[in-house]
Design a protein around this ligand. Sequence first.
Ligand SMILES: O=C(O)CCC(=O)C(=O)O
Length: 327
Amino acid sequence: METQTQAHNFPLPLDFDNVSTLLDSYAWSPTTLHSDDPCHYTNNDRKASLPVIDIGDPGAYDLFVSRNRVPNSAAVLLPTEQKLLAAWLPSKLCGYGSAYFQALYAKLMWSEVFGMTGSPVEHARNLWPQDHAKFCEVMEQCLAKMKTLCNKIVGIMPGSLGLTHEDDMNWFEPQNGSDQTQCLFHLNSYPVFPDPERGMGLAPHTDTSLITVVKQCNISGLQVYQDGAGWVPVEQVKGALVVNVGDLMQIVTNGKFKSLLHRVVVNSTCHCLATSFFLMASSDAEISPLRKLVDSAHQPLYRLVTGKEYFQLKYKFFNKALESIRL
Ligand SMILES: O=C(O)CCC(=O)C(=O)O
């Protein structure tokens, strides 16, 4: 059985409160960056201007923000020794730790994440033995509401490619009693970093998900990679959540929606708390380009994979996982 001790083999967050000097292991420079990241410095002349979409749900932002502000601060601001009681269990994608791709980069990221799939009770009980009910109640409500919101967004997106619901957009809806999607919720923490030019909150990556909904913090370090422009900060839009396209969406839309290469940089004045909600495929869901997007002029770009197989490929090939299933 997997134990908290085994989980310690995975990179655990540093005791950020007690670091007074910049440790070399956290100091990034262009030469230490992954080859997928050709341009380390931020292009501050540009802002990624995002399309703002009103999905007709006036409560969506408030629901996400007001409900999870309290749990986020309650969880990620605990003392390190307490957080270690709920250290990451890889097979459950739950608990405290660093992003799974930390091991692929030579330098360490200045961030920590409290991850949850389904119920956080087991980990929350370790953190607050007598007092976890409220945290769990709020997080479970939030997970359920976010899943509804994400399904709505995912239902709308193929429509913009000219598909109707009958076409075959219902592939992610429950079939034969089994749910085709699963969710992963991350409470992200990016403490103040002494030298932001050399710090990396989350290294460049694409998400495995269909879509990811991000609630940025006030001074967000979220940046996207744009061909020709390099790393561009994401414009903050008041009252809006950011929706990232993930790898699975690129597969089902046969490359029409592109998975977004992004990263998070740190700053020297503000401890940022952000939240990411990933809508994933369940492990037995079968994922392939939608039939209506494939014809003699548009050959399928990707072979069929199950959710489980793609998660394994992502662990193995990381940002090259899509290429590994290319036909
Ligand atoms: O924390 C953020 O601002 C974004 C997080 C993110 O990109 C991710 O979790 O993949």
